[in-house]
Structure formats: structure tokens, C-alpha cells
Design a protein around this ligand. Structure first.
Ligand SMILES: [Zn+2]
Length: 470
């Protein structure tokens, strides 16, 4: 039960971590890695992985059986232990259609009832808490258990197997952790997690000035697994392409935000490797993973997916609708018919040539954002700045508006009709965090707006880049 404790204390640990010298940071990263390794490479995880690999030969009827059983178990667990579902009708599931007698919930529903979604069957000290920001920059606090963390890792390892990668292969990761102090202006911009044979590279230090150091490090680790947020790997790919070099990596895994076709193309060109994308979410109620033939498969053991039109009816294959998930694995916070805010469609046509009968889903790429270009050459992807919003729960939406070269405005829209002290606190905290991140060369201000800045097509960009590029 170490992971709930570590997660709970991460902000405090970050303070000491940021003040430690580089060798001590490697040690601390490895200590954190050791805790995660015990979950990720446990006997239970490999037992789950063994089962998951067997499921790859399931036919459609076996998949449907498993999903109906998963729904029954989830409903039974949720009805008996989660306060929010106390008033739900006790529906008996004979078929998938019976599920449709239950209401669809959305992000707002969870925001308004945060603690009532927690299962009483999972003790508080076994809950791992995390923040998620979704597509609009409105943060949600979620909970999960160590059991879910093992499942998650087993699903990741199954996709590694599709890519022909054994567990524990050396990998380089560019995700959200703040592993190098913000004010650092010379290498290393990375740290070592020795137990997992992993290098974590900072996503907050990418700049024209640091590009050579990043590229040089990657060159020295060519042939390894590369994983990260698509926009961040896209920036690295640009660096490589501009420098006229190619760095062959073994394979690339992307997750955490949409992978645009043009970003995939430059990542694959720069790193000369096949890219495997994943659609998941911190609410942990569903998973879609790309196979070696490039198709996006629903993981049928993870959750049940409905794709519904605006009035709640199932869409036809090929027709876009709202993704509505019922997760099977997150016993700490079960979500039933959760409309997450993303859209997608069932893929029409024959089964995938990989041979797996797992349904094919195409998530729609809805989030669109600019990159923040600082006057001193630093670049921040939307996914990097998104990290700042994870603890702020009082906004309906939050955006970063770069309106002059030396100024960024944190622009939030409060939830509900009236703002309160909580909104102001959240706004000031984000302003201060962003100021620390950007440094003294850029002034950060904050304001509340009535409505988010919306682009044509209804897209709400996290970063609005209005200043001219340096
Ligand atoms: Zn496939």
C-alpha cells in the first residue's frame, strides 16, 4: 500500500526533489520507480497479462459474454457500495439494451458529487487520488486502487507485445512529471529510474537552445523504446528534422492527447519507427489501443463502450457520436454510463487483419491547441501546460492566452453562476505556478471570463497563441 501514500505526498516530495542535486534526483526517481516497479512487474500483473494475451483469440460472442458479465459485476459492486448510485433502479441485465434504462452521467455530474462516487468497499488509505483535466482544462479529482494500477500496466504490456517489445526493455519517457527544476538552463534535462531501465526527460525544458542536448542524448540511446505525449514528441521531431538528422528508435508509444496524422508522420520520419497510439483517460473506465496493423481496438476487458447521438440513441457504424463508458476495473470509483466529453465512431467494415475480434473504434480528434512560443526560444506544448491545471477543481474551463510576446494571461471560466474564494485561490495558484515555469522574462496575469475562447468548429484550445513567433 505504498503507492496511495506516495501519491498523497507528491506535492511535498516535489519541493525537496526540486532542491536536490542531480545525483540525488536520480536516486529519488529510482526510489519512486522501485515503488512503481513492485506494482508494475508483480506476479499478479504478469498473471493478468497472461489472461489478456489469451483473450486475443476471442470471437465476437466470447467478447460479448465477457462484457455482459463485466457490466453485471460493475453494477452489483456500484449499487452495493457507492452512495451516488443508491437511488438507481436495480436493473437486471439480460442484455446490453437493459443498461440503457440507467441515466447517462457527465463530467459535471461527477464534479457536483465528487466524494459520492467513491466506493465504501475500498478503504480511504487504499485509494490513490489523481487529477484529470479533460478537454476543456476543467479539473476532476478521481480515485483508483493498486489493483487498477496493475491492470493498467498489464494492458500496457499487452500493447508492447503487439509491438514485439518484451517487458522492461530500456525506454525513454517524455510525460508530465516535473523531474528537473524549472530554472535549470544546462543539461541534464533528464533523470534515471534504474529499477525500470527508464530515462525520464523533462517536457518543460524544450527550447531551441536545449534542442542539441536533447537530440544528442537521444542519439546516444538510439534503438530504445520512446514514449510520450504526441505534442512533445512532435516538438522533438521538429528539432531533429530542422537539424537534418534522424534518430532511429525501436518503437514509439504515444498517449495522453490526440495524435494528429501530421504529427505522427513527423515523429515516424524523425525517429524511423512505427508509432502505437493509445486512447485512455484518468477516470480509468475505458481503453482503446492501436495494434500492429494500425487499427484502434477497444480493450473489451477494460470497459463497455456505447457511442450515442445527441439524444442518447446508439449511432450506426461509421456515424460519429459521444463516447459513453462503463468501466469494469476501477472498483474505487466505478462510473456507469459516463459521457466523457470525447467523440468517436465504430469503424465500419471487415475485422482487422491482425486477427483480433476486438471492436474497432475511431476516436475523433477534437482537442486543438497551439504551442506556446516564448521570446527566449522555449516551447511549451498544450499537454505540458495542462499539468498545471490538475489540482484546480473550480473551473469550467481554463486557457492560456499569449497575447503579447512578454505576457501570458491565465483565463478561467468559473463553474456555476457565481465565483467564490475557491475560484480565486485556484486562479492565483495557477498564475503563480505558470510564472515559476515561464520565469521572469514573461509576465503572467490572470482573469475570469464569462465564456471560453472558442474556435470555429466549437474547439476550445488550451493555448491561444496570438503573439508573433520569435
Ligand atoms: Zn488489429
Amino acid at each position: 500500500m505504498l503507492e496511495p501514500l506516495v501519491r498523497q505526498n507528491l506535492p511535498r516530495l516535489q519541493y525537496f526533489y526540486d532542491r536536490a542535486p542531480a545525483p540525488a534526483r536520480h536516486l529519488l526517481t529510482s526510489a519512486r520507480g522501485w515503488v512503481l516497479t513492485r506494482l508494475r512487474y508483480s506476479r499478479e500483473t504478469f498473471a493478468i497479462l497472461g489472461d489478456l494475451r489469451e483473450h486475443e483469440s476471442w470471437n465476437a460472442a466470447q467478447i460479448a459474454d465477457h462484457q455482459l458479465q463485466g457490466l453485471r459485476q460493475t453494477l452489483s459492486h456500484a449499487f452495493s457500495s457507492v452512495p451516488f448510485y443508491a437511488d438507481y433502479p436495480r436493473v437486471k441485465l439480460r442484455s446490453f439494451e437493459d443498461l440503457r434504462t440507467l441515466p447517462v452521467i457527465d463530467r459535471e455530474t461527477i464534479l457536483d458529487n465528487q466524494d459520492r462516487f467513491l466506493s465504501r468497499a475500498v478503504p480511504a488509505n487504499q485509494r490513490i487520488r489523481a487529477g484529470t483535466t479533460g478537454t476543456t482544462g476543467a479539473s476532476l479529482r478521481v480515485a483508483y486502487s493498486e489493483s487498477l494500477a496493475r491492470y493498467n500496466w498489464a494492458f500496457l504490456l499487452r500493447q508492447w507485445a503487439w509491438a514485439n517489445i518484451e517487458p522492461r526493455q530500456p525506454r525513454i519517457t517524455l510525460q508530465g512529471a516535473r523531474i528537473v527544476p524549472m530554472n535549470r538552463s544546462e543539461p541534464p534535462y533528464w533523470t534515471y529510474n534504474v529499477p525500470e531501465r527508464q530515462v525520464l526527460m523533462s517536457i518543460f525544458h524544450l527550447s531551441k537552445k536545449t534542442a542539441a542536448a536533447y537530440l544528442d542524448f537521444l542519439c546516444r540511446h538510439r534503438g530504445q523504446v520512446l514514449e510520450g505525449f504526441p505534442s512533445v514528441l512532435g516538438i522533438l521531431a521538429d528539432f531533429a528534422i530542422e537539424a537534418g538528422i534522424r534518430i532511429p528508435m525501436r518503437v514509439v508509444f504515444t498517449s495522453g492527447e490526440p495524435l494528429y496524422p501530421q504529427v505522427r508522420a513527423k515523429i515516424e520520419a524523425a525517429f524511423q519507427a512505427h508509432t502505437f497510439d493509445t486512447y485512455g483517460m484518468t477516470e480509468y473506465c475505458g481503453l482503446i489501443q492501436q495494434c500492429e496493423r494500425g487499427q484502434m481496438h477497444l480493450a473489451p476487458e477494460y470497459g463497455f463502450l456505447e457511442i450515442l447521438d445527441d439524444i442518447g440513441n446508439p449511432t450506426e457504424p461509421g456515424e460519429e457520436g459521444h463516447l459513453v463508458w462503463t468501466g469494469f476495473l476501477n472498483d474505487a470509483m466505478p462510473l456507469i454510463r459516463y459521457r466523457i466529453g470525447d467523440r468517436g465512431r465504430w469503424q465500419d467494415g471487415p475485422l482487422c487483419s491482425c486477427g483480433r475480434a476486438f471492436p474497432l473504434v475511431v476516436p475523433t480528434i477534437t482537442r486543438e491547441s497551439d504551442t506556446l512560443y516564448c521570446p527566449d526560444g522555449r516551447l511549451f506544448s498544450a499537454r505540458a501546460l495542462n499539468q498545471l491545471l490538475k489540482r484546480a477543481t473550480s473551473f469550467r474551463c481554463c486557457q492560456f492566452v499569449h497575447d503579447r510576446p512578454s505576457r501570458v494571461v491565465v483565463r478561467a471560466v468559473a463553474r456555476g453562476l457565481t465565483q467564490n474564494g475557491h475560484t480565486a485561490d485556484d486562479l492565483m495558484q495557477i498564475r503563480s505556478d505558470l510564472q515559476n515555469l515561464l520565469g521572469a522574462g514573461i509576465q503572467v496575469t490572470a482573469e475570469l471570463g464569462a465564456e471560453p475562447i472558442i474556435r470555429s468548429g466549437g474547439k476550445i484550445p488550451l493555448i491561444v497563441e496570438k503573439a508573433a513567433r520569435p
